[in-house]
Design a protein around this ligand. Structure first.
Ligand code: ZN
Length: 271
């Protein structure tokens, strides 16, 4: 399983550069010459961006989103973490069934480096982690939901107050990257959180459910009707948010809802 993880090191932008790639002398045809100049400008710009990125990486080397060690890996995760992270699929954790969603799966067990990383992602402004997370959610989706065709990705919504204080919608960021990873359209703003709720942490399962009742409203009903939805969240704990959002989606015509999260508490998954 671990062997199937995204591979690859940054390749040097200068790799493969040789005399054969040097531009030839421009021809006399003015149109051709102008086209060459434009192409040359575009090529130069792209090349300069690559060099800029390389330069920035030298000054601010990318760090692993989980342990903080410097990494050259394309997915932002160092080799050590790749081998040692608590993957649900590597631990043979089964998908859980819900009342309103069909199944819920997760890339990681919510513990150690993963829990710390998600805390920084949500509370310390590390929004760029979303790109790395999406690559691993993709692996979980392929592993658990292989063969299922989804019509849309929908992300767990956050309240306006939380959006204002945090400055970004973290699950939206994951969903946007996941859209590119798995090629399923992300239906942004499909569901909204229409009232503030208490923090879920510390509440019993029943209290969590009551806390979220009628907290969500489907805004893009026409598009979700009869559709199979992949609902994306950052953390799956008791599943209350996924249940309530799935309830709203199904009540508004969605055919089926499947859930995928970055991390889940092992206890919940095993139940
Ligand atoms: Zn690491």
């Amino acid at each position: 399983m671990v062997g199937a993880l995204p591979a690859g090191e940054h390749s040097s932008p200068l790799q493969g550069w040789c005399v054969a790639h040097m531009p030839r002398s421009p021809r006399r045809n003015p149109q051709s010459q102008k086209a060459r100049q434009l192409l040359s400008k575009g090529a130069f710009k792209a090349e300069r961006n690559e060099v800029d990125l390389k330069f920035l990486n030298l000054i601010f080397p990318p760090k692993c989103v989980f342990c903080g060690e410097i990494t050259k890996c394309d997915d932002g995760v160092c080799l050590s973490c790749r081998q040692n992270l608590p993957y649900c699929m590597a631990r043979d954790v089964a998908a859980v069934e819900g009342e309103n969603f069909v199944q819920a799966v997760s890339a990681f067990v919510y513990e150690g480096f993963v829990a710390d990383s998600i805390y920084r992602f949500k509370e310390r402004g590390c929004r760029w982690y979303a790109k790395s997370y999406a690559k691993y959610v993709k692996l979980a989706v392929e592993h658990y939901y292989g063969g299922i065709e989804f019509d849309y990705i929908v992300s767990a919504p956050i309240s306006k107050g939380k959006l204002a204080s945090r400055g970004y919608d973290q699950t939206k960021l994951i969903a946007k990257h996941l859209e590119r990873e798995i090629g399923v359209t992300y239906l942004a703003g499909a569901i909204a959180k229409v009232r503030e709720t208490r923090k879920q942490q510390g509440l019993s399962q029943l209290e969590r459910k009551l806390n979220l009742t009628d907290a969500f409203e489907v805004l893009r009903r026409g598009e979700i009707e009869g559709r199979r939805i992949l609902f994306v969240d950052d953390v799956f704990t008791t599943g209350s948010t996924a249940e309530e959002c799935s309830y709203a989606l199904i009540a508004n015509g969605a055919a089926e809802v499947y859930v995928a999260a970055v991390a889940a508490t092992l206890l919940t998954i095993e139940n």
